[in-house]
Design a protein around this ligand. Structure first.
Ligand SMILES: NC(=O)c1ccc[n+]([C@@H]2O[C@H](COP(=O)([O-])OP(=O)(O)OC[C@H]3O[C@@H](n4cnc5c(N)ncnc54)[C@H](OP(=O)(O)O)[C@@H]3O)[C@@H](O)[C@H]2O)c1
Length: 263
């Protein structure tokens, strides 16, 4: 088992800018909350589909006194992701940290993870892929070239261990698994390009562990005692992993505890 080296020093610059895409609730909201108390970060651009409905995020932004700037972004809409890039240019913001968090497993109504082949539906596959893989590809396209070019920078995407092909022993959850595997491949491919073009940016796919959010809620019954994490704990752990990720680690898949996950 390879783990990210947790002894390396942190080297984000002061007055750093972070972008958290998928910040309305769950892990994304907890990441914004944790970053808002980190004195090195001067600005956190917190993106969500419908800012007017993101009550908790708006409350956090109010408390953070201008440090958290809420932006509307729907990753399934190309113009919306492009507009985020344009906003960063206009505001003169070059992120040292980009966290692509949004993800879709179920919608609590019709969209549910598939148990068997007969459950596969084209519209469901398309919707899950749009949020989990295609949208993040657009975010990579728009934000990676806009990241700060000096000091360390990290672009991390929230993936899931179930997206690991070699780790797949249970089957099921076709759309979610396959879309996270596609996300992993996109991150790996962009990391190879970044080695040539954006040499200070490390890319990482991250597995948060099973976290108590709306995404996991219907599937929590069989989670062993002590293995269901709070969003705040996960945010703290993921930021600790990100802190230690260096250029040599770029293009890898890490769990919340720093353990490397095979593709
Ligand atoms: N929770 C877990 O146990 C677990 C385990 C492994 C991996 N993950 C991954 O961790 C990430 C965060 O999960 P979570 O548990 O925090 O999920 P969550 O509480 O369900 O939050 C999902 C987030 O994704 C956003 N989102 C959905 N569709 C979007 C779209 N089209 N455009 C922009 N944002 C969109 C949601 O925004 P709205 O409010 O606008 O819907 C929300 O902020 C996901 O990528 C998930 O796959 C979670």
């Amino acid at each position: 088992m390879t783990t990210v080296n947790l002894m390396k020093p942190n080297d984000f610059p002061v007055n750093a800018v972070a972008v958290v895409q998928g910040a309305s609730r769950g892990i994304g909201l907890a990441l914004v909350e944790a970053l808002s108390t980190d004195p090195r970060f001067a600005t956190i651009v917190a993106c969500c589909r419908t800012p007017s409905a993101a009550v908790d995020l708006n409350g956090l932004a109010k408390q953070a006194d201008g440090k958290v700037r809420v932006r509307a972004v729907d990753v399934t809409c190309e113009d919306s992701v492009r507009a985020l890039g344009e906003f960063l240019d206009e505001a003169g913001l070059a992120p040292s940290l980009v966290l692509n968090v949004s993800g879709l497993l179920h919608d609590g109504v019709q969209l549910q993870p598939e148990k068997r082949l007969e459950d596969l539906k084209l519209a469901q596959l398309e919707r899950v892929f749009a949020v989990n893989a295609l949208g993040p590809a657009l975010v990579l396209r728009e934000l990676l070239p806009r990241m700060a070019r000096t000091d360390k920078a990290v672009f991390a995407a929230l993936s899931a261990r179930v997206g690991s092909i070699s780790d797949n022993r249970l089957g099921g959850w076709y759309a979610y698994r396959a879309s996270k595997a596609a996300l992993n491949q996109l991150m790996r491919t962009a990391a190879i390009e970044a080695r040539r073009r954006f040499k200070n940016v490390a890319l990482a796919a991250l597995h948060p562990g099973t976290t108590d959010t709306g995404l996991s809620r219907p599937f929590q019954a069989n989670v062993p005692e002590g293995k269901l994490f709070s969003p705040a704990f996960v945010a703290e752990r993921l930021l600790a992993v990100i802190e230690q990720v260096q250029i040599d680690d770029s293009g890898q898949f890490f769990a919340w505890n720093g353990e490397r996950i095979d593709w």
